[in-house]
Design a protein around this ligand. Structure first.
Ligand SMILES: [Zn+2]
Length: 325
């Protein structure tokens, strides 16, 4: 766990201790409050002694995201009681269900567009963000990657989801929407937490605009060529006040925008080589006329043969949006 995270938790614990002291003065205070107070005191003294975040049994580090969620935990995942393990598994599967419910409907069929996505967490939950929905101003598409993995990243992912769903109703220009989302995101994250992100809007006449905040290049697949559109800004959450320039282009009938996360480009084979940007561009160039479902399945097939059976280590998301012929 980083020093910043520990400092944050110490402040958190000190605040909780104060609250407990206040609650203990209530006429209906019960014994569980004084037990909690001792647990908080013990955690604070572990911070003071430098043993905070170490498993009491094996002395290895306890998973940082678990400490952030509950600074009173004293055992690593391997050394939970079986009751604790069952509770954790059920929490995780609930979190995964909530996250799946946030994804766009798989059968989404906006008029004039052919869309498809593939969302594949490396663990139970994902730090990738993917959304697609229609507004009065056009079809909005979002794809991003929150720093870190697991539950902490998935919480930030759902935070982004809620933020953009709310902001989208205001009909703001795209750059304003991302600037507002960035300010909100900044205020609710710890130092070092950020999200790379593409936010796009396409309309029925083929005009497309998008902001690429520190994310991998968006591929514009058109005619018989592929044009990568690079990032034009910093990731969300790095600076509270920053501008996000907008890319604008026109999509002809049959043109596709293809977005992906680093679960694709940074996937490694058994020799340790990366899948890389070039390979995805070459693959897209071989299939310029293909509809989104076919393109995504070609991409997954190519990734699978590249990986030669090595395990997926990062969340993977692919999104293709094609203007209907
Ligand atoms: Zn342990």
């Amino acid at each position: 766990m980083t020093t910043a995270e520990q400092t944050y938790l110490r402040t958190e614990l000190e605040q909780r201790r104060e609250r407990l002291h206040e609650a203990l003065h209530s006429p209906v205070a019960d014994a569980s409050l004084s037990q909690l107070l001792s647990a908080v005191d013990a955690a604070l003294s572990r911070i003071a002694q430098g043993t905070f975040g170490l498993c009491e049994l094996c002395h290895d580090s306890i998973e940082a995201e678990r400490l952030l969620a509950d600074p009173l935990v004293q055992f690593c995942l391997d050394h939970l009681t079986s009751a604790e393990q069952r509770a954790l598994e059920s929490d995780l599967s609930l979190a995964a269900r909530i996250q799946r419910a946030l994804l766009p409907k798989p059968d989404l069929a906006p008029t004039g567009w052919d869309v498809r996505y593939h969302y594949q967490p490396a663990g139970v939950v994902s730090g990738d963000y993917c959304d697609l929905f229609e507004t009065d101003g056009g079809l909005l598409l979002m794809l991003g990657d929150v720093s870190g993995k697991g539950v902490a990243a998935s919480m930030l992912m759902s935070h982004l989801h809620a933020t953009f769903r709310s902001l989208a109703e205001g009909g703001l220009p795209l750059d304003r929407m991302v600037e507002d989302a960035n300010r909100i995101f900044c205020k609710s994250t710890l130092a070092g937490q950020f999200a790379t992100l593409v936010v796009g809007r396409v309309t029925h006449d083929g005009s497309a605009e998008f902001v690429n905040a520190g994310h991998l290049p968006v591929l514009h697949i058109h005619g018989d060529a592929v044009t990568p559109k690079d990032s034009t800004g910093v990731p969300l959450g790095m600076f509270c006040n920053t501008r996000f320039p907008v890319h604008r282009l026109t999509l002809a009938h049959g043109d596709t925008l293809f977005l992906y996360t680093d679960g694709l480009t940074e996937a490694r084979n058994s020799a340790g080589a990366e899948y890389g940007l070039q390979r995805i561009q070459t693959l897209a160039a071989r299939h310029t006329l293909m509809e989104p479902a076919g393109l995504i399945s070609e991409c997954l097939g190519d990734l699978l043969s590249f990986q030669e059976g090595t395990k997926q280590t990062d969340d993977l998301t692919l999104l293709a949006v094609r203007r209907a012929e």
